[in-house]
Design a protein around this ligand. Structure first.
Ligand code: BG6
Length: 496
């Protein structure tokens, strides 16, 4: 699919996402020669800024992000694509004047509207764009990119979907989950489907359990207003982590084409055993960070963060156990967890294989016989590792764990931010890395019973010290031999 010139209209252009992700991503795409000629980026902003002021703002966003790599002359070329449209998205004039602006010949009739705004505004903004005929595809395509969260729970997601389907057809909607744009996440499918060795083992006969951990050392920063109404389950598990899980568990799609891929992902979500309300405590755990020390620095607890009510029970850590009732995965527990202000920032998918029969070694001195693990490091360490047990050199029969490493990136290969990939896919009309509504709906069905139970239990939430690996939630594990894995290097004591 070729990328076509378009006008990217950014709602929320002065916000955090735009500063740290969108504008730098557009800049990098331009430098790499990936933005088709004629592509413009039109920012919508509530402040009465001039074009010069906007250019100065964007320059600062990019300088902050890329520091010494900033090049004034390259920025000047990029700046020719940038425009500022003054308007308050709550006011109808914002859209009527936008319609007039977009009629100018310098703007391509293809338009992508990027909604990096509060989810409560999604419906109104789309209604106004539709009223002003800005979704009319007579002269060019019109697409809408919607940031997460898509809804607050199942019911609100369905209501939002119903509303926006009055204005747009499904193929105009790009529901973004930026995890799908990460190179290491796409590598999960390549690792599984381009290598024959693991496929025969990738099932309940050989896999003991699967874990996905996304931990962050940062707190909620200035996002208290959003985060307190969301919590870790909605913010990370319902979206990014369930998406990662589908890629690990899905059957091989017939092609990489959007519908084929989404069909397989949705089948996984539909196969997840619903968690009955009475079983929520056996399947999920929540906690909130208390003050503590992160990277040698004393930090506040969640309740001391700005904008957080004293009585808040919003979770900053959430974990859950799921079972997938299909032929491949029946009986294999899947453990997912995420937390803010944890010891270390990392995202890892860890696949633990079953113990081999140990009878053969019964008369030996073997003290450590680890299970095999496959570790897929998503970030910051990007790697694929397979842990094997090998004999230690020497006269005795002792073993240690050795790791086969298929690194994702060579040192001279540049990292590409997920948003670069996704912004370009919108220009190409490739929706394979965006979510179809049934995926969003199924994901809400999985977490809704947990959220409802937690919402009704308002008198207590466990805490964990900032800078730790989170609360004690080992009761989620099915067996004593199962525990959260925190390291990408072999955990066996005499490992090398
Ligand atoms: C966002 C969440 O979707 O993903 C944030 O709202 C979280 O709370 C972020 O920090 C994590 O993304 P990444 O790419 O930094 O791992």
């Amino acid at each position: 699919m070729a990328a076509e010139a378009c006008t990217y209209v950014i709602f929320g252009a002065t916000g955090n996402l735009s500063r740290i992700k969108l504008m730098p991503a557009f800049y990098h795409l331009d430098v790499a020669g990936q933005l088709p000629e004629g592509t413009k980026i039109l920012a919508i902003g509530r402040r009465e800024w001039t074009q010069e002021k906007w250019l100065a703002e964007v320059k600062e966003m990019i300088q902050t992000k890329i520091k010494d790599a900033f090049d004034e002359s390259v920025f000047e070329q990029f700046a020719a694509r940038l425009h500022y449209h003054f308007g308050d998205l709550q006011q109808p004039e914002c859209y009527s004047t936008l319609a007039i602006t977009l009629e100018q010949p310098q703007f391509s009739p293809n338009a992508a509207f990027y909604l990096s705004i509060s989810p409560s505004d999604f419906g109104n903004v789309m209604e106004q764009l539709s009223k002003n005929k800005l979704f009319d595809e007579q002269f060019g395509w019109k697409r809408v990119v919607i940031e997460k969260p898509f809804g607050y729970d199942l019911e609100s997601a369905q209501a939002l979907q119903k509303r926006i389907s009055h204005y747009l057809s499904e193929d105009q909607i790009y529901r973004i989950d930026h995890y799908l744009g990460k190179g290491t996440v796409q590598n999960v499918s390549v690792f599984r489907f381009a290598n024959v060795m693991l496929e025969p083992l990738w099932n309940r006969h050989y896999i003991d359990h699967i874990q996905i951990t996304h931990s962050e050392s940062i707190g909620i920063g200035e996002r208290g207003g959003y985060y307190d109404g969301s919590g870790a389950m909605r913010d990370m598990l319902q979206s990014h982590l369930l998406q990662l899980l589908t890629l690990v568990l899905m059957e091989p799609p017939t092609s990489m084409e959007a519908e084929a891929l989404r069909d397989e992902k949705v089948k996984v979500l539909k196969s997840i055993r619903p968690i009955a309300k009475e079983a929520v405590h056996a399947h999920a755990y929540r906690a909130q960070y208390a003050n503590g020390t992160v990277n040698g620095e004393h930090v506040n607890g969640y309740l001391q963060e700005s904008g957080i009510p004293q009585e808040s029970i919003t979770e900053t850590y959430a974990s859950m156990k799921l079972y997938v009732d299909n032929w491949r995965w029946q009986g294999v527990p899947m453990y997912l967890r995420t937390g803010k202000r944890m010891k270390k920032a990392q995202s890892v998918i860890s696949i633990c294989f079953r113990q081999p029969p140990l009878h053969f070694f019964r008369d030996t001195e073997i003290h450590c016989m680890s299970q095999n693990w496959v570790l897929l490091g998503i970030q910051p360490e990007e790697c694929v590792r397979i842990e094997m047990t090998v004999k230690e050199p020497g006269l005795e029969m002792k073993t240690r764990t050795s790791s086969l490493d298929a690194s994702f990136r060579n040192s001279d290969e540049k990292a590409i931010d997920a948003y670069e990939d996704l912004l370009l896919d919108v220009l190409k009309g490739d929706r394979s890395l965006f979510l179809r509504f049934d995926e969003v709906e199924e994901a809400w069905k999985i977490v809704d019973p947990i959220l409802q139970t937690w919402a009704s239990e308002r008198d207590y939430v466990a805490t964990y010290p900032a800078g730790s690996w989170g609360p004690e939630d080992s009761r989620l594990f099915d067996k004593e031999s199962q525990a959260w894995r925190t390291s990408l290097t072999p955990e066996c004591p005499n490992a090398k």
